[in-house]
Ligand binder design. Structure first.
Ligand SMILES: [Zn+2]
Length: 212
């Protein structure tokens, strides 16, 4: 997806490393998103902190010292048919794109959805660069990969989707662990490229080609 104009505007003042991650995540993701907040001034943070404390409203932040100060964090929202959606189910796929982008770029990030107090639409820099340039961990071909087909679900499907995306089979898939029609289509495309029977069934031969 292409970042919309509103997103680009909110990236102003955000640290360049994080801007890079956001832009790359936008290329990788199958789930559209928009940046809803980037850099915050201390005055803005103080105002947010007061909400639910000395001002009416719901508590929305735990700290006066947010990573948003100085542009070390961004908040994003999922877009569903072009409209902002807070359905938490849509967020892990976006977070996966952020994590993959960050790993590729060697930039450390944390996703708020991994915290105990879930902040689904928040990503921040850790300030550490992940030292090694990212190499996709492709496991050794083994016979132990499960047979996958349309309707399969779970971590191995996610792995399959990541590999198909890394192989740049278009359009890129949402990493949602759900082997649906889009995943099946890309499996068939992959099989055609590798001279396999394009049946959309991921058995031993397909796994061997995928893990090569
Ligand atoms: Zn945030």
């Amino acid at each position: 997806m292409k970042l919309n104009a509103a997103s680009e505007k909110r990236l102003k003042g955000v640290k360049p490393a994080l801007v890079k991650v956001v832009r790359r995540a936008a290329e990788l993701t199958g789930q559209d998103f928009q940046i809803v907040q980037g850099n915050r001034t201390q005055a803005e943070q103080n105002r947010l902190y007061a909400q639910g404390r000395t001002r009416p409203g719901k508590v929305v932040t735990w700290t006066r010292n947010s990573k948003h100060l100085g542009g070390g964090a961004v908040d994003f929202a999922a877009l569903d048919a072009g409209k902002i959606s807070w359905n938490a189910k849509l967020y892990p796929a976006i977070a996966d794109a952020f994590k993959e982008a960050a790993a590729e770029l060697g930039i450390g990030i944390k996703w708020g959805g991994d915290w105990k107090t879930k902040d689904w639409g928040h990503v921040q820099l850790t300030g550490k660069s992940t030292t090694k340039p990212h190499v996709h961990k492709v496991p050794e071909p083994k016979d132990t990969k499960p047979f996958l087909k349309r309707g399969s679900k779970g971590a191995t499907v996610r792995e399959l989707q990541v590999i198909l995306n890394v192989a740049r089979i278009q359009p890129l898939l949402a990493i949602d662990g759900d082997f649906g029609p889009a995943t099946e289509k890309n499996v068939k495309a992959f099989q055609r490229i590798f001279g396999l029977v394009p049946d959309g069934l991921v058995g031993k031969l397909s796994w061997n080609a995928l893990l090569e």
